[in-house]
Design a protein around this ligand. Structure first.
Ligand code: HEM
Ligand code: NFK
Length: 282
């Protein structure tokens, strides 16, 4: 390699007139032609803003795909397969939480130069984010209103509103394995947000006090806690990024901004899995 060039090996394929290639498989022409800044003249930092959102939405797509599979696997009683999906989603949220540092390089002055062009658009209107929240149990029928202009999104979200969550599926799976999950919980109205059921804590206490006897259930509980932690960390980093970028301005979506996002940190998907910790070793 005296010339500093890596020789291209003989077998390396270069003729793609009748073979699938990289860009074709990944439909990159479409993907890379989907960044359309709206600022005039185009602000150089708007591309960062768009790509940060688009990459997040791509990962949300996978998160939803995995969580729907996890729910089915739990309905089939296959905890070990479901655990693998939950682990993948957890790692996606960790990656997404890390990704906030890229957007944090956008200063308040730079953002202020193109924020006005965004109009009323806001992440609050993210269909996939709302789907993820719903499938994990943070249901809120009021959120459907945002999607009234799009029948496809409205219908998709409504169908998730009316479906059991990942946690509902897990609890049904626990009941099928002989755990004493109260019937009212198994028959709850799944369109409502999950609220803590103290009667469920003893079910988890029994699992946590004898991990060896209930290893699959025990490990799944810990995976769910990992997932909630990772999700909360994403919410927290969003909040901090918003705070450093727009301070205490109102959001483009019409909310109070940072205060509204802070209240999301009080939401919890699996409250009993935190309450059970108080009981361990007592
Ligand atoms: C400088 C960048 C950002 C700022 C200043 C910002 C600001 C805000 C604000 C103020 C809200 C509250 C709703 C509103 O009134 O608009 C919000 C909500 C939201 N944003 Fe962002 N955001 C930023 C980046 C992002 C990114 C990169 C994503 C990724 C998709 C995102 C996703 C969301 C979501 C999902 C919500 C709804 C949260 C909820 O309902 O709890 N945001 N954002
Ligand atoms: N809500 C943000 C605007 C914003 O961040 C945004 C605008 C358009 C599309 C996605 C966005 N991301 C998250 O809210 C703001 O108030 O500045």
């Amino acid at each position: 390699m005296a010339d500093g060039e890596r020789p291209i090996e003989e077998g390396v394929r270069t003729d793609f007139r009748s073979r699938m290639n990289y860009g074709g498989y990944l439909d990159l022409d479409k993907l890379l032609d989907a960044q359309h800044p709206v600022s005039e003249p185009v602000h150089p930092d708007e591309l960062l803003f768009i790509i940060q959102h688009q990459t997040t939405e791509l990962w949300f797509k996978l998160v939803l795909h995995e969580l729907e599979a996890v729910r089915t696997q739990l309905q089939e009683g296959d905890i070990s397969r479901a655990r693998k999906g939950i682990a993948r989603v957890k790692h996606i949220f960790r990656t997404l939480a890390e990704q906030w540092s890229v957007l944090a390089t956008l200063t308040p002055s730079e953002y202020a130069e193109f924020r006005g062009f965004l109009g009323s658009a806001s992440g609050f209107q993210s269909y996939q984010y709302r789907c993820v929240e719903f499938v994990l149990g943070n249901k809120n029928a009021g959120m459907l209103k945002v999607f009234e202009a799009s029948p496809e999104h409205y219908g998709g979200l409504r169908s998730l509103l009316e479906s059991p969550t990942v946690y509902d599926a897990f609890l049904r799976c626990l009941a099928a394995r002989g755990h004493d999950v109260p019937a009212e919980i198994l028959q709850r109205d799944v369109t409502k947000a999950w609220v803590e059921h103290p009667e469920l804590v003893p079910v988890f206490t029994a699992i946590y006090e004898a991990p060896d006897a209930h290893w699959a259930e025990y490990a799944m509980c810990e995976d769910l806690v990992d997932l909630e932690d990772a999700f909360q960390f994403w919410r927290f980093r969003h909040l901090r990024t918003v705070q450093r970028t727009i301070g205490y301005k109102k959001g483009t979506g019409g909310s109070s901004g940072v205060g509204f996002l802070r209240r999301a940190l009080d939401l919890t998907f699996f409250p009993e899995l935190y309450s059970v910790r108080t009981e361990i070793g007592n």
